[in-house]
Design a protein around this ligand. Sequence first.
Ligand code: NAD
Length: 493
Amino acid sequence: MSATAPADTPDTNAAPHGPAHSPGETDSAEIKRLFDAQLDTAMTLRRSSARERIAKLKRLRALMFERREDIMAACHADFAKPAAEVEVTEILPVVEEAHHAMRKLKSWMKPERKRPTLLMLGTSARVINEPRGRCLIISPWNYPINLSFGPLVSAIAAGNTVILKPSELTPNCAQLMAEMIGELFDETEVAVVQGAVETSQSLLALPFDHMFFTGSPAVGKIVMRAAAEHLSSITLELGGKSPVIVDASANLTNAARTLVWGKFANNGQTCIAPDYVYVHEDVRQAFVEECINALDKLYGKTEGRAANGDYCRIVNQRHYERVRGLLDDARERGAQLATGDVPANDDRYVAPTLLTDVGDDARIMEEEIFGPLLPILTYRDLDAAIARINARPKPLALYIYAKDQGVIDQVVATTSAGGTCINTAMLHFLHGQLPFGGVNNSGIGNSHGHAGFKAFSHERSVLQDRFSLAFLFRPPYNAFTRWFIRFSVRWLS
Ligand code: NAD
């Protein structure tokens, strides 16, 4: 049964003077209906077995494969995303996530026995992972399928119901996901609700057991405030400015190749894209040249890049103007263009751009770039570069390029970030055994693999008394119980 609630269907609950929702939004009454309808299923799913959940994941995984051409077409229609990039960054991570969960689910679901501590001798205890219940997933547009279906895999593995709201900025992907979910699930188990801010806010007004949000820190705060109203648990996968340190000891060719790929894939619209680089002064020139060579290898020569089908586009005109604004502002404040800014007969094309001599006062050094512009700054003193990184909010990712282990250890020990790659970029996202998430401004909680399963589970402690001595801690406090309590305190002190 289709779980889609397209916004422009006739609204039977409409107020006499017009619909209760704006065009493109889903009516709040429809959202409430879906939420209520999922209650019974959430209760039933508590008792679902690993085998039943695995069967659902298997169907989702198979459908991803069957509909891969449609996924590619939707991503292309939304932001000209190259087909191969869709396979690598939208389809592969989801099928891998499902594959991993299917293999591990039995062990993840097993209650974890806990040995008694001294005070609790005579009890048996275990931790069970119970489903959180009714979950909400709100996703962004930049990896529309991956960041919707990835968390969905974890939510299903953990035995929850889900209402998923994809981003309105990638409407073709949102519509496709609604169709796919409608094919696989009854709306009482998983439903896709389409819409923008108004729809999101109607959803956030409901007492979901868990809210899993991926998006900007600014909207993350709105989600956290809404969750506070119901004390819903939350996972916030946010963004920010992810720095890179390129030490003088680094293999510059490798650094340039991996960074250029990490930066310009998806047109720089990646939460863990390298946002800005601190390169050691002595190797700056060589590093910039290596980056230019790497760009030639990835996307061909400068003039032909706009026509290269492997290069994605900015998602919409508003974001195009935002990115152009950052570039123009940086140049007005003295930034030099190492490469980029080639005019093209294309509304949403921004050439892969490397900037040097970027001033700290430029806007590009304040906000998350989320586009194909890479400021390359220099340092001489590593401590000073680290201090400048630490002066900003904690990033989602931090990348280190060095052969000198001392430098690597120093950077890891003296900074904080959601995740770090050494001598490569972005690969930690694809490692199913690593928790993926941010820290403070870049996020709260983790996703992926076991961490994703745990995000959608409540760790419930279950203690069973067999022959414990707990009765000796209760009144009446006679001479013997007082002696026993004092003895226990002394014994453990
Ligand atoms: P966004 O925060 O603007 O939107 C995300 C979702 O929130 C969308 O579904 C949108 O409809 C909804 N939304 C927007 N405004 C809202 C409001 N006022 N109230 C309630 N809901 C609202 O983010 P975006 O532009 O779609 O994505 C880009 C951001 O997401 C970047 O900051 C990026 O770093 C971050 N991101 C993080 C991760 C991660 O895994 N940590 C992954 C991808 C993107």
